[in-house]
Write a protein that binds this ligand. Structure first.
Ligand code: PLP
Length: 428
């Protein structure tokens, strides 16, 4: 028995499903989840000491790779001063200033402890600001596990086949309107009918929770237009794309300014951090300035802030994202070429910076949730396990994006492409 198998059976006795977040349980691919002991650069090491090239990066935060000296050094230094005060600290201001500098649509920002909190709070703020109840989201997009947003959700909810969770009151879910990602006409029709009742549109500008689907030409522009016309708040959920597809996130890459932005993952460097922010006029409705209540005992925690700031400073260095993107392109074009040579139907996507997708399908391209559902998840499972044997760790679900980091070397990419070729050959 491997140590992971041993730990998994122990974990299952006291932790539901043996994990503290569902998609870690390997339900999407079968088998025993790996228990990790440490990470270093582009690699993670399991409890049996086996090394893997990591394309999960703790589901996104590890844009510098694991255990980066700047991050660890900043945390060590802060530890000498104490863990938490429940009172303001200077580093929170520095963080807010840095975020607003990198994401110019954000005039003000409030720190929270997770992406879920960020989106939940942004939705409440939009409802409080507009005085309207209805929200629009897109099928297959995932915005965390708050009640209003667990309607036709992606990510683990999709992997486990529960996009609508029991426990979400129907009275609340009825206010969540779900449309098709990249369907411009459907968005327009919805707003023509009930635009004046809609508080906000929340969207992943690149949908990373149903694999990896970039926005179609004109889609984000249409969202901006209908929100401007109707007075609805446009929220870009950049928990995944923020600081990853470009320094200023997807809004910089696609040149669209949302009213509010939600952030997570990279901003915390692996510590529990999220943030939401945007136009001053809207943010001034948050307590204690305004009446929309939102709070957090540990929000803006100084240890988490110094870790996040270390990452934001590092990724602000010239050409950071250009270099990262060239690695991601080398990876996906290498895997695509191998698949083409072997006649394995595969579509690969680089969404910019360090974010990519792999779809096992004979469709020409994958642009909608319906297209994603036509992909071959059985092939993905086999591919995943073959790569795991080779020492390459992909997200354990066909519905998740992949992430590269600064720490991935050319050799790591070349090794992965060669391993992928061997894995693909076994699928023929
Ligand atoms: N929004 C997006 C786009 C996400 O990808 C996620 C998590 O994967 C969340 C929100 C929720 O973030 P968290 O898991 O930190 O609550």
């Amino acid at each position: 028995m491997s140590r992971s198998e041993d730990l998994y059976s122990r974990a299952q006795k006291r932790i539901p499903g043996g994990v503290n977040s569902p998609v870690r349980a390997f339900n999407g691919v079968g088998g025993t989840p790996l228990f990790f002991q440490k990470g270093e650069g582009a690699y993670v090491y399991d409890e049996d000491g086996k090394r893997y090239i990591d394309y999960v990066g703790s589901w996104g935060p590890m844009i510098l790779g694991h255990n980066h000296p700047d991050v660890i050094g900043a945390v060590r230094k802060q530890l000498d001063f104490g863990l938490s005060f429940g009172a303001p600290t200077e580093v929170e201001i520095t963080m807010a200033e840095k975020v607003c500098e990198l994401v110019p649509s954000m005039d003000m920002v409030r720190m929270v402890n997770s992406g879920t909190e960020a989106t939940m709070s942004a939705i409440r703020l939009s409802r409080g600001y507009t005085g309207r109840d209805k929200i629009v989201k897109f099928e297959g997009c995932y915005h965390g596990h708050s009640d209003s947003l667990l309607v036709k959700a992606g990510s683990g909810a999709l992997t486990l086949g529960v996009p609508n969770s029991p426990g979400v009151p129907a009275d609340l879910a009825q206010h969540t309107i779900t449309l098709q990602f990249n369907d411009i006409e459907e968005v327009k029709a919805c707003f023509n009918e009930i635009g004046d009742q809609i508080a906000c549109v929340i969207v992943e500008p690149v949908a990373g929770n149903m694999n990896c689907i970039p926005p179609a030409a004109g889609f984000l522009e249409t969202l901006r237009e209908v929100c401007d016309q109707s007075g609805a708040v446009l929220i870009f959920d950049e928990v995944m794309t923020g600081f990853r597809v470009a320094l200023g996130g997807a809004q910089e890459k696609f040149n669209i300014k949302p009213d509010l932005t939600t952030l997570g993952k990279v901003i915390g460097a692996g510590m529990p951090v999220g943030a939401f922010g945007g136009k001053r006029e809207i943010m001034e409705h948050i307590s204690p300035l305004g009446p929309v209540y939102q709070a957090g005992t540990l929000s803006g925690n100084p240890v988490a802030m110094v870790a996040g700031l270390a990452v934001l400073n590092k990724i602000s260095e010239p050409d950071f994202h250009k270099t990262l993107e060239s690695k991601t392109i080398a990876l996906v074009t290498g895997i695509q070429a191998a698949a083409d040579e072997l006649n394995v139907p595969l579509v690969t996507v680089c969404a910019g910076g360090g974010m990519f997708g792999l779809f096992f399908t004979d469709q020409e391209c994958v642009t909608t949730f319906a297209d994603v559902q036509k992909c071959d998840t059985d092939k993905f499972k086999l591919f995943f396990h073959h790569l795991l044997e080779e020492g390459v760790y992909l997200a354990p679900s066909a519905f998740e994006a992949g992430f590269t980091s600064q720490a991935h070397s050319e050799e790591d990419i070349a090794f992965t492409v060669a391993a992928a070729k061997r894995a693909l050959a076994k699928l023929v």
